[in-house]
Design a protein around this ligand. Structure first.
Ligand SMILES: O=C(O)CCC(=O)C(=O)O
Ligand SMILES: [Mn+2]
Length: 222
């Protein structure tokens, strides 16, 4: 696996630092800094299945809400939380009980577990209808994810810019276009020390589906 060490604060605050990835079959890079690790694997999913169409059809897309400055607002995207029994998740003030694994989600999970050697018991699916849908700066640091979570993020459909910035001295932005069928892996201290987000992009007219696979602490009423 080839990794590029990021020098601190080299990126321009507005334009962002653009990482160009060769179209390869193996994980290629991105960041390894003080225990925060991000890898990018283009073409992780094969071209032979229409993953996007299957997920569109299988997932019961819902409007989730986010709490912002004490107000409850409709999130600018559709979402669905799936997982093993008991893998419930609290996010922005709401608790989501897991929907069952659909055939396509289960297939992708199996491939991830095989290739990465890491177990996942839940996935958050997000659907961005076009470039007006987005996700603001955040980190996935909910206690049920543990202190150094491995988050495996699959992208399908429209390519969208994904951004990372440090929580401290966070002016510099890393910008990476997440392509159709790609995998991004965040691990180590990434959620503790970095924020990530998916900014609005007016020029994007096509839909995108993102799946973030996670391993969360299971709550079972026995
Ligand atoms: O859509 C993306 O690439 C980001 C999704 C994300 O950060 C999340 O679901 O927590
Ligand atoms: Mn996230």
């Amino acid at each position: 696996m080839k990794r590029i060490r990021l020098e601190p604060s080299t990126a321009d605050a507005n334009q962002g630092e653009l990482f160009q990835c060769d179209d390869g079959e193996r994980p290629q890079m991105l960041l390894e800094e003080q225990g925060s690790i991000v890898d990018y694997w283009p073409n992780f999913l094969s071209r032979s299945s229409d993953w996007f169409a299957s997920l569109e059809a299988e997932i019961p897309w819902q409007q989730h809400h986010v709490r912002l400055f004490g107000r409850e607002l409709a999130a600018p995207r559709l979402s669905s939380w799936h997982g093993d029994r008991g893998a419930s998740y609290r996010y922005s003030g709401t608790r989501y009980e897991p929907q069952p694994w659909t055939p396509t989600l289960a297939r992708i999970r199996a491939q991830l577990e095989r290739e990465l050697g890491v177990g996942f018991n839940a996935v958050l699916a997000n659907r961005y209808k076009d470039g007006n849908d987005a996700m603001g700066w955040h980190c996935d640091d909910e206690p049920e994810l543990g202190s150094e979570p491995v988050i495996a993020s699959i992208s399908l459909g429209a390519s969208r810019d994904f951004q990372l910035k440090r929580k401290l001295r966070g002016r510099a932005v890393i910008n990476l276009a997440l392509a159709d069928r790609s995998l991004l892996i965040m691990r180590g201290h990434c959620q503790r020390d970095w924020l990530h987000g998916l900014p609005r992009r007016k020029g994007v007219t096509q839909a995108r589906i993102n799946l973030t696979f996670r391993l969360i602490e299971v709550m079972l009423d026995l």
